[in-house]
Design a protein around this ligand. Structure first.
Ligand code: NOJ
Length: 566
């Protein structure tokens, strides 16, 4: 059994024409580019839009449908660009608006759609509104566009309520008035450099409608909405009253006064009307960390956003029963609202799944860990997890570098770290730099082909062997596995969009399901199991043995997924 496609499938097309099928997003594979770490076009050690543009043919050849770019807007980079100072300008370190225009144009010419990040919960503290609000003092009308409040205590020396920042520490910072005396406090659910907007103020809503139109007019195909669950706060900003610190990647339990408030949905209804005014099915995907998939489904009701990330799936450990449960719950939650389920294993905020899954069998997989685990086991499971993800009905997200099987860089020296959550939490938390290390393109070279001028985070010496160059053409490589899987997914009528899978009986720890004309078997255990081959072999996450004939018993190796055609 090789990992390769047994026989070519009909229907694969070489032509680069954009995909005009209605509902393109219902089964799209969307590739996340983290611009700082993808490709450096000008040799300054920092990735940029020109670098991304030059590498677009790689993404076309990989077989993804769309590219989502993390923020590239003008920003002091207190949170790697999730602190936006000007929503209509490109940060000079990433390029210019002309570069963005060229990138969008070239992507479209290659048949790739472009999704940009929108950060509406907070701006940078360097945003013109916030700077003026501070400069003009307590009476500035611009303060109403954020959450400024007097402090508690005799001299206002205590924060206005007990909310904690997702990055650690209080969610409030005290200002100094223009005359030098201590003044009001302002709210920031993330870093102090990221003041939260007050979405009850009409100017905020107007501004974001205008920003949406600006980028839609630039030709983007959609938006990834940052902290989509956070825009609206409970009236009066009541205390949480709980001693628990709320963490970025933990779950916000329902009723948190700053997350998942029902009021956010009216904002998305308005945005949907704008998206629908534009031709070509422009979409929005919610980054909404909610306690349940049912709450997530609210964001994708027919008149709201198109997709929401399935963080429940991302947070599930490599364990058959748990995976089956989250798959069933996700599909069931999306069915009544008619939205596609989405599947995601990695992104720029969590430890890469090749490392998350590298722990002992059955161990929980926290979304962030510094434990490198067993690299061989982690990679084997990551490949199996990917084939499972790509076999499920709906749309899938791939984070740059996962197609190379990259592990998280767990041993970054502290002095190299940049993640604000690392510093706010006294080094106890915030390991997001480990998944943000620039990716390797070539076997050799100062930054393994990332650029000509080094790399803003140090790359490990193993990077060259994991590079695109090293893996291309090697039939057993993770890169070729992704290429084959994405090609089959595109060509096989049973894959992609859909609302259900049909489970078949299987031993404990093994998942077996069918979709029309297609079957998938997944062994999440550490021991091989014997099963009858459900159909004609298509692809396996782990090269092993000979290909069985349909119905013949075969051995499904440990931590392995196999695809079959029925
Ligand atoms: C979610 C983003 O993915 C993360 O990187 C960022 O720190 C927070 N939102 C705040 O914008």
């Amino acid at each position: 059994m090789t990992q390769h496609l047994a026989a070519p499938l009909s229907g694969t097309s070489d032509d680069d024409a954009p995909d005009h099928r209605p509902g393109w997003w219902r089964d799209a594979v969307i590739y996340q580019v983290y611009p700082r770490s993808f490709a450096d076009g000008n040799g300054d050690g920092m990735g940029d839009l020109d670098g991304v543009r030059r590498r677009l043919p790689y993404l076309r050849d990989l077989g993804v449908d769309a590219v989502w770019l993390s923020p590239f807007y003008a920003s002091p980079q207190a949170d790697a660009g999730y602190d936006v100072a000007d929503y209509r300008a490109i940060d000079p370190m990433f390029g210019t608006l002309l570069d963005a225009d060229a990138l969008i144009h070239d992507a479209h010419a290659l048949g790739l759609r472009v999704i940009v990040d929108l950060v509406p919960n907070h701006s940078s503290s360097e945003h013109d509104w916030f700077r003026r609000a501070l400069r003009e003092g307590p009476d500035s009308p611009l303060r109403d566009r954020y959450h400024f409040r007097p402090g508690k205590g005799a001299d206002g020396e205590l924060p206005p309520n007990d909310w904690e920042s997702v990055f650690g520490g209080p969610a409030w910072t005290r200002t100094t008035d223009p005359d030098g005396t201590p003044g009001d406090w302002y709210l920031h659910l993330f870093a102090p450099e990221q003041p939260d907007f007050n979405w009850d103020h009409p100017a905020v809503a107007d501004e974001f409608r205008s920003i949406l139109r600006f980028w839609l007019d630039m030709g983007v195909d959609g938006f990834r909405v940052d902290v989509a669950h956070g825009l609206v706060k409970a009236p009066g900003l009541p205390d949480v009253g709980a001693a628990d610190r709320l963490r970025l990647l933990g779950t916000a339990d329902g009723g948190t006064p700053f997350f998942d408030q029902d009021g956010v949905h009216e904002i998305y209804r308005q945005w949907r009307r704008i998206l629908d005014e534009y031709p070509g099915e422009r979409i929005a995907v919610a980054e909404a960390w909610t306690p349940t998939v049912e709450r997530t489904a609210h964001y994708v009701r027919p008149d709201e956003l198109h997709q929401a990330f399935n963080f429940q799936y991302l947070s599930t450990s490599w364990e058959g029963a748990a995976l089956r449960e989250v798959i069933d719950l996700s599909l069931a939650a999306m069915r009544p609202v008619g939205a596609p389920a989405t599947w995601v294993l990695s992104n720029h905020d969590v430890t890469r799944h090749a490392t998350r899954f590298a722990g002992p069998s059955g161990a929980p997989t926290p979304t962030q860990t510094r434990d490198p685990g067993d690299r061989t086991v982690g990679l084997r499971r990551a490949r199996a997890a990917t084939l499972l993800m790509l076999a499920l009905p709906g749309s899938a997200y791939v984070y740059q570098g996962e197609e190379l099987g990259l592990p998280d860089v767990t041993d970054l020296p502290d002095e190299a770290r940049q993640d604000p959550s690392y510093f706010r939490a006294d080094g106890q938390d915030g390991f997001r730099d480990g998944c943000r290390v620039p990716i390797p393109w070539t076997r050799e070279g100062g930054s393994y082909g990332f650029g000509t001028g080094g790399s803003w985070l140090p790359q490990p010496p193993t990077w060259g062997g994991l590079s695109v160059e090293a893996q291309t053409g090697d039939p057993d490589s993770t890169l070729e596995l992704y290429r084959s899987a994405l090609a089959i997914r595109k060509a096989h009528p049973g894959l992609g969009a859909g609302t259900a899978v049909e489970w078949r009986d299987a031993p404990a720890g093994v998942l077996s399901f069918t979709r029309p004309g297609f079957a998938c078997t997944v062994n999440t255990t550490g021991t091989p199991v014997r099963l009858p081959a459900p159909g004609r072999f298509l692809l396996a996450s782990r090269p092993a043995g000979t290909e069985p004939a349909p119905g013949e018993e075969f051995e499904l190796p440990a931590d392995t997924t196999v695809w079959w055609s029925l």
